[in-house]
Design a protein around this ligand. Structure first.
Ligand code: NAI
Length: 293
C-alpha cells in the first residue's frame, strides 16, 4: 500500500519528470531523479527548488516541508541507483521502442516487489508491460502538465495489471493530493483521446487559412471557457508530444480523422517544439510574446 512507499525513482527530468519528482519529495518520499542528460538534471533541480519556494511564498507549503523535500531529492544518470525504489515512474520521450527498452532494463534492476509506472500520454501500457517479466506490476500513471499544479492523475490499467498494483498507485496518487480517474488501455486513454483531436483540428484550422492563430485561440478560450487556446496549449505541452500522440491515435484507432495535420508535422520537423524550445506556434522570449509571423 502507498503508506509503505518510502522511495520512488523518476526517470526523465524534463517538464513532467521534474514535477513528479517534486510531488513525491513534498509527500515525504525519498526520490531518485534520473536523466541521461546532466543539463536536464541541473534544470530540473533548479525548477523544483523554485517551484517549492513559490508554494512557500503563497502560504501553501511550510518552509520546513519545502527544505526537507529538497533534501530528499537526489539526481543520477545511473539506473542501478533505482535498485531499492518501491515505485519507479517513467517520464521519458514518448516513443514505444525507447520506453520498452527502458522497461526491460528496469525489470532487470528493480526489486521484485517494485511497481513500474509509465507517465505515457498515449502508448499502450499492455505493450510496455510486455517488455517485462512482471506485467501485473506495470501501470499507467498519467499526470497532467504541470504535475505540481494540475489535480488529475489518469490511471491506466494494462491487460494484466493487478488489483493490488492499481490500489497502491491510486493511494500513492492520493498521497500526492491528486484526484484519480481510471481508464482502460486504449489509444489516448480518456483525456488525450478527446483533447488531441481538438488540438489537431486547431492546426488544420490554421493550416487551411480559416483564421489567425490568435483568433483561433481567443475564439476557443472565450467561446468554450478554456484557460488556454488549443494552439497555446499545444506549445505548452510540446508539439513533439502532441504529434506522437496523434500518431498513436491514428495507428491505434485506424481512422483517418486522427491523421496529424501537416502543419504540426512541419513545425516538429523544423524543431519548433513549443515553449520548451522558445518557439512553436508562437515565439517566447523572457516575457512570453506572440510572434508577428
Ligand atoms: P521532455 O522532453 O520535457 O523530457 C523528457 C526527458 O527524458 C528529457 O530530459 C530527456 O533527456 C529524458 N530522456 C529521454 N530518454 C531517456 C532515457 N532513455 N533515459 C533517461 N532519460 C531519458 O518531455 P515531457 O514533456 O516531460 O514528457 C515526458 C513523458 O511524459 C512523455 O511520455 C509524454 O508523453 C508524457 N506526458 C507529457 C505531458 C506534457 O504536457 N508534456 C503531459 C503528460 C504526459
Amino acid at each position: 500500500m502507498a503508506e509503505g512507499i518510502k522511495s520512488v525513482g523518476v526517470i526523465g527530468g524534463g517538464q513532467m519528470g521534474s514535477g513528479i519528482a517534486q510531488l513525491a519529495a513534498v509527500a515525504g518520499i525519498d526520490v531518485w531523479l534520473l536523466d541521461l542528460d546532466s543539463n536536464a538534471l541541473t534544470s530540473a533541480t533548479k525548477s523544483i527548488t523554485n517551484s517549492v519556494q513559490r508554494f512557500v511564498s503563497k502560504g501553501q507549503l511550510s518552509q520546513e516541508v519545502a527544505t526537507n523535500a529538497i533534501k530528499r531529492l537526489r539526481c543520477t544518470s545511473n539506473l542501478e541507483d533505482l535498485r531499492s525504489a518501491d515505485v519507479i515512474i517513467e517520464a521519458i520521450v514518448e516513443s514505444e521502442d525507447v520506453k520498452k527498452k527502458l522497461f526491460s532494463e528496469l525489470d532487470r534492476i528493480a526489486k521484485p516487489s517494485a511497481i513500474l509506472a509509465s507517465n505515457t500520454s498515449s502508448i499502450s501500457i499492455t505493450r510496455i508491460a510486455s517488455a517485462t517479466s512482471r506485467p501485473h506490476q506495470v501501470i499507467g500513471m498519467h499526470f497532467m502538465n504541470p504535475p505540481p499544479i494540475m489535480k488529475l492523475v489518469e490511471i491506466v490499467r494494462g491487460a494484466d495489471t493487478s488489483n493490488e498494483t492499481f490500489i497502491t498507485i491510486k493511494a500513492l496518487s492520493e498521497r500526492f493530493a491528486k484526484i484519480v480517474v481510471c481508464s482502460q488501455d486504449y489509444p489516448g486513454f480518456i483525456v488525450n483521446r478527446i483533447l488531441m483531436p481538438m488540438i489537431n483540428e486547431a492546426f488544420f484550422t490554421l493550416y487551411t487559412g480559416v483564421a489567425t492563430k490568435e483568433d483561433i485561440d481567443t475564439g476557443m478560450k472565450l467561446g468554450t471557457n478554456q484557460p488556454m487556446g488549443p494552439l497555446e496549449l499545444a506549445d505548452f505541452i510540446g508539439l513533439d508530444v502532441c504529434l506522437s500522440i496523434m500518431k498513436v491515435l491514428h495507428v491505434g484507432l485506424g481512422d483517418s480523422k486522427y491523421r496529424p495535420c501537416p502543419l504540426l508535422v512541419q513545425y516538429v520537423d523544423a524543431g519548433r517544439l513549443g515553449r520548451k524550445r522558445g518557439i512553436g506556434v508562437y515565439t517566447y522570449g523572457k516575457q512570453p510574446e506572440v510572434s508577428k509571423s
